[in-house]
Design a protein around this ligand. Structure first.
Ligand SMILES: Nc1ncnc2c1ncn2[C@@H]1O[C@H](COP(=O)(O)OP(=O)(O)O)[C@@H](O)[C@H]1O
Ligand SMILES: [Mg+2]
Length: 181
């Protein structure tokens, strides 16, 4: 796990049913798709949580809300599914079965990270050091019948997404002042 920067923004949410997971995804979509003034298009989101937590549900709802039509497959076998809308590229990756980093690097994986694209990554922890910190990490946990999520921003852009969506909840954490006793 990368170390969050000192001014990271963290929020915790209850996601009582699948509709709540989908609503969260749909609310993030316009921020990454350049449909909000003052926020650059593109960004990377890591989706973490056990099998069945709802990572693919989130990604599917995000892509659907972004305007992707037709079948949205889970990338758990192909490892990568990509989509394009006008000038915007979307990459949905799943590193669950990841084994050989050379294979990924040969396949131009670094280019994906450099582009002003939208990148959603399930099981990023399986990729070891290959991945830089995302703009936003979403950790989903089982909670009785529903789920809970912790959203952590690792970049200024990710923080801006959270403070835009949750102005009352998302408080940037300033560095702890020395000698604050
Ligand atoms: N917030 C939620 N509460 C309850 N069930 C959910 C929630 N979000 C998703 N689900 C359900 O949990 C399952 C998640 O599957 P999936 O998205 O494939 O998980 P993952 O990709 O994390 O392995 C789906 O059956 C979906 O309907
Ligand atoms: Mg999945």
């Amino acid at each position: 796990m990368p170390t969050p920067s000192e001014n990271r923004t963290v929020i915790a949410l209850a996601l009582p049913d699948e509709a709540a997971t989908e609503a969260l995804a749909a609310s993030l979509s316009p921020l990454l798709c350049g449909r909000r003034k003052g926020i650059d298009v593109g960004g990377r989101i890591h989706l973490r949580g056990d099998l069945g937590a709802g990572k693919t549900s989130f990604a599917r709802a995000f892509l659907r809300a972004s305007g992707i039509q037709g079948r949205i497959k889970s990338p758990s076998y192909a490892l990568l599914e990509s989509y394009n809308l006008s000038r915007l590229n979307f990459y949905h990756l799943d590193f669950y079965r990841f084994s050989d980093s050379h294979e990924w690097l040969d396949a131009g994986f670094r280019d994906i990270l450099q582009e002003h694209a939208i990148v959603l990554i399930e099981w990023p922890e399986q990729a070891g050091d290959l991945l830089p910190p995302p703009d936003l990490d979403i950790r989903i946990e089982h909670e009785d019948e529903g789920r809970s999520a912790v959203l952590t921003a690792y970049s200024d852009k990710g923080s801006l997404w959270l403070t835009t969506l949750f102005p009352a909840k998302a408080t940037p954490r300033p560095p702890t002042p020395a000698g604050d006793a």
